[in-house]
Design a protein around this ligand. Structure first.
Ligand code: FE2
Length: 267
C-alpha cells in the first residue's frame, strides 16, 4: 500500500512557489509516501535546470517527470544522466540521454515504478506511445511493486483516455499532463487503474495556461502567428494535483482524489 501525490506541470516561479508554500503541509495532511511532479515548465515555462530540480526536491518532490519542453535549457542534456530522479518521456529518440522510467524503493522497502511517456497527437514527433509503453511493462516486474505510476504527457484528451483504458488493470494510475487545466474526471476504471485526463498545472490561473494572459490574448486577437515565447504569469500560484492510494495486497488503485490548494482556483 502506497499513497502518492502527483503534481501537474509546475509553471515558472508561481508554480514553484505554490510547492514551497503548500507542499510540505499537504504531505503531512494527507500522509503522502511519495511525491511526483511534472517539471518541464519549471524554468520560466521552458524546461528545467539542475538548480530548479534541487529546489523542487527541497520542497518534498521525490521524482520529476517531463515532456516536450525537457531540452529547452541547454544544460539539461548533460545533467539528466547524473540525476536518476529526473525522467524524460520514454518514447523520446533512441540514444537520447536520461531515463524514461525508474523504480524507487522507500524506507519501508516498498517499491514504486514511475513511467513518463509522451503522446503522439498534436505533439512534436516521438515514437508511438502505445507500442513503447509495452516495452516498459515488459522490463518491470509488476508483482514486486506497490505502485506503478504513468505520467502521460499529451495534448488530446481522446489519446489520454485511450491510454488509460489500454493500461487499465496493468498499472496503478495513468494521469495526464501538458494541457495545464485540471479535468474533473478522476475515477477508478473497470479493471482497477486510477485515471485523470489532466492533473492541472501548479501555477497562476489568472493566465492562459500559465502564461501572461495579455500577450496570449493579443496573439489570438491579432492572428499573430509569430512563434514568440510568452513568459509565465507571475501571480499567486495554485498547487494542483491528484492523490492516489494503492491497495493493501496488490498494485491496483484503492482511491483517487484531486487537490487544489491556494491561488485563484484553490480551496
Ligand atoms: Fe508539455
Amino acid at each position: 500500500n502506497m499513497k502518492i501525490l502527483f503534481l501537474g506541470d509546475v509553471m515558472g516561479r508561481s508554480g514553484r512557489h505554490s510547492l514551497r508554500d503548500h507542499l510540505p503541509q499537504a504531505i503531512k495532511d494527507h500522509n503522502i509516501d511519495f511525491v511526483i511532479a511534472n517539471g518541464e515548465n519549471a524554468a520560466g515555462g521552458f524546461g528545467i535546470t539542475e538548480n530548479i530540480c534541487n529546489e523542487l526536491y527541497s520542497y518534498g518532490v521525490n521524482v520529476i517527470t517531463t515532456g516536450n519542453h525537457l531540452w529547452d535549457q541547454k544544460e539539461i542534456t548533460s545533467y539528466i544522466d547524473k540525476d536518476q530522479n529526473l525522467l524524460k518521456p520514454y518514447n523520446f529518440a533512441e540514444g537520447s540521454p536520461g531515463l524514461g522510467f525508474n523504480i524507487y524503493e522507500l524506507a519501508n522497502k516498498e517499491k514504486i515504478a514511475v513511467i513518463n511517456i509522451m503522446g503522439n497527437l498534436f505533439m512534436r514527433s516521438c515514437d508511438n506511445a502505445f507500442f513503447k509503453i509495452e516495452e516498459v511493462l515488459q522490463k518491470i516486474d509488476v508483482n514486486d511493486l506497490s505502485f506503478i505510476f504513468v505520467d502521460f504527457h499529451a495534448e488530446a484528451s481522446s489519446e489520454k483516455m485511450a491510454m488509460g483504458h489500454h493500461l487499465d488493470g496493468r498499472v496503478t494510475a495513468v494521469v495526464g499532463t501538458h494541457t495545464h487545466v485540471p479535468t474533473a474526471d478522476a475515477n477508478i476504471m473497470e479493471h482497477g487503474t486510477a485515471y485523470q485526463t489532466d492533473a492541472g498545472m501548479c501555477g497562476d490561473y489568472d493566465s492562459v495556461i500559465g502564461t501572461k494572459k495579455q500577450e496570449f490574448v493579443r496573439k489570438f486577437a491579432t492572428q499573430d502567428t509569430e512563434r514568440k515565447r510568452v513568459p509565465p504569469a507571475d501571480g499567486i500560484g495554485t498547487l494542483c494535483g491528484v492523490i492516489i492510494e494503492s491497495q493493501d495486497n496488490n498494485f491496483l488503485a484503492k482511491n483517487i482524489q484531486s487537490i487544489r490548494i491556494g491561488g485563484k482556483i484553490g480551496s
